[in-house]
Write a protein that binds this ligand. Structure first.
Ligand code: BGC
Length: 427
């Protein structure tokens, strides 16, 4: 098993994740342009899009509390988001009080490199302050380099469809590594290449809303190239860096003994959960595991979930985190859970979901999965991409009119889990 002595000695990482575009506010990238053009259309089509995306999880009844917000164009403009760009100190202080020892965030490429090859020193200084503040609080920074937003100049060239995109990404990573390799040890190169490529180029949910199979494959291939090049660059600046990418893992399960179901589930698992991972394996110090749900099938048809679901209709199955971690065991890499959470506006399900999922994660660890960290999605309520602001994933609730922060009860339950675990469990 590939193991890095330095990662093995490191304490378990406990904390939460965010992504620049979802929390910072004031960004100018391909998403902001899309939001400006499509906010009205997103509002008008909200329910239809939810029906399409949620499948069996769709329920008018469940969405009732959110329908008014979903139907307003302003819900789909990220705008000032939660103003984390200016309030990161306050937010990190709350994370500290909740016992977090690590925090994952992304550096916004469009801020740092607003024109090709031209870097904005004031934005680099901003992220230096972010990292310094985390370090001051004793919180380990985990830095993501691409969490789905592109500088406008690159979007104009086709984004990751462009054959030059891996080269551009490498130039950006070179600059960031030069600046921050000394103070950052954990790096996530790309967030969920499969989700990004399929939602943007196959399903047409995200900008540029294409539905082209070959484009999807090209984007995935360029993201793999980008990851591999970024890995080399970061390691050249810091050989003991821990570099991974955030792999979105869905647990696919057969709900009967039909051989067709078995074949279908195996195919889904290979295409969605393994292909990209296998391409990156030689350049991975850890696997970043982003896990949200399990899907069950009879033949190729999805079975209606019987479990409780989140506000987004995603089944809440704590044990699937154990399954996901065990699925990855065969790759012989350390695993850091880089995202896991649920949209739960009234905070009625999150606490149980977290405690039971952490118990399941410990189960995976006892069964031999090499788990080194758990970063909940998300620290803060945030801008949930094509769904806007209504889904609430935060440990910390945001009052959007005042931007006041309020720690949710479930965040305190998570804090207790961390405190107990620091004493004995996952350390
Ligand atoms: C993404 C996050 C997103 C979360 C919840 C993940 O796939 O990385 O940016 O907010 O899912 O939808």
């Amino acid at each position: 098993m590939t193991d890095s002595p330095s990662l093995r000695k490191s304490p378990f990482l406990w904390g939460a994740s965010t992504a620049a575009h979802q929390v910072e506010g004031g960004n100018r990238n391909q998403w902001t342009e899309w939001e400006e053009q499509k906010a009205g259309w997103l509002a008008d089509t909200a329910l239809d899009r939810m029906r399409q995306q949620m499948g069996f999880g769709f329920s008018h009844e469940r969405l009732k509390p959110f329908v008014s917000q979903m139907s307003q164009a302003k819900n789909y403009r990220s705008g000032r988001a939660v103003d984390h760009y200016h309030r990161f100190r306050e937010d990190f202080q709350l994370a500290k009080e909740l016992g977090h020892t690590a925090h994952r965030f992304s550096i916004e490429w469009s801020r740092v490199e607003p024109a090709p090859g031209q870097f904005d020193d004031s934005e680099i200084a901003h992220y230096a302050e972010v990292i310094a503040e985390l370090r001051r609080l004793g919180i380990e920074p985990v830095v993501t380099l691409f969490h789905w937003t592109l500088p406008l100049w690159l979007a104009d060239e086709g984004g990751f469809l462009s054959p030059h995109s891996p080269k551009y990404f490498t130039r950006f990573v070179e600059k960031i590594a030069q600046e921050f390799a000394g103070s950052v040890r954990y790096w996530v190169t790309v967030n969920e290449p499969t989700v990004y490529a399929s939602a943007s180029y196959l399903q047409g949910f995200f900008p540029p809303q294409q539905k082209k199979f070959w484009s999807t494959l090209r984007v995935v291939a360029n993201l793999v190239r980008a990851h591999r090049a970024a890995y080399r660059v970061i390691k050249s600046h810091r050989p003991d860096a821990m570099v991974g990418y955030a792999h979105h893992h869905t647990v696919f399960e057969a709900a009967d003994h039909n051989p067709i179901t078995r074949v279908w589930v195996a195919a889904l698992n290979f295409v969605w959960n393994e292909c990209v991972l296998r391409c990156c394996l030689g350049r991975l110090d850890f696997i970043g595991l982003n896990h949200y749900f399990r899907l069950r099938f009879k033949t190729w048809r999805q079975v209606k979930p019987t479990e409780e679901v989140s506000d987004l209709g995603w089944p809440l199955v704590p044990d699937s985190l154990r399954r996901a971690a065990l699925d990855l065991k065969k790759f012989g890499k350390p695993i850091i859970v880089t995202e896991h959470g649920c949209a739960d506006a009234d905070d009625s399900r999150r606490a149980t979901f977290i405690t039971e999922s952490l118990a399941a994660l410990e189960g995976a660890r006892n069964e031999g999965s090499d788990i080194r960290g758990y970063l909940h999605w998300s620290l803060l309520d945030n801008f949930e991409w094509d769904k806007g602001f209504w889904p609430r994933f935060g440990l910390i609730e945001i009052q959007y009119d005042t931007l006041d922060r309020r720690v949710r009860p479930s965040a305190k339950v998570y804090a207790n889990c961390i405190a107990e675990s620091k004493a004995h469990l996952l350390n």
